[in-house]
Unconditional design. Structure first.
Length: 137
């Protein structure tokens, strides 16, 4: 997953220091990669931040602006362990980051919703069997 950002340094600090993602690699002042847990087959996953001037990799595609209020992205989710979700909620509160807890009984998930400094909505989601109710809409 790659997010285009306006304030590269502030966003790197938020994802690395505030959220505690694992730093992987930085390429100058243009992009930084954070390592996420491996997926099926042990494949590496990453969250990357690219400065807003970085060109698209898609042929004949150009962006017109950088506004989280008008993006097609609703939010993105990062899976965490339930005990980490609770610790992260306390740490985010201490850092002044507003969060909202959500529960999804139909699948047994407990989530923490928050925004990064540029307004992108993030869901930290954990399996929580205590809220599982498959008959709930």
């Amino acid at each position: 997953m790659v997010i285009r950002v306006k304030d590269f340094e502030a966003m790197q600090a938020f994802y690395g220091e505030t959220l505690g993602l694992t730093f992987w690699r930085r390429f100058g002042a243009d992009m930084v990669f954070f390592k996420l847990p491996e997926t099926v087959g042990g494949r590496s996953q990453a969250l990357a931040l690219f400065v807003d001037r970085w060109p698209s990799n898609a042929a004949a595609h150009n962006w017109a602006g950088l506004d989280s209020a008008t993006t097609t992205l609703h939010h993105f989710a990062l899976a965490v362990a339930l005990e980490d979700l609770r610790k992260t909620a306390a740490a985010l509160e201490a850092a002044g980051v507003k969060t909202a807890e959500r529960v999804f009984p139909w699948v047994g998930w407990r989530s923490l919703m928050l925004q990064d400094p540029e307004g992108n909505v993030i869901e930290l989601v954990a399996d929580d069997p205590s809220v599982l109710d498959p008959d709930t809409d």
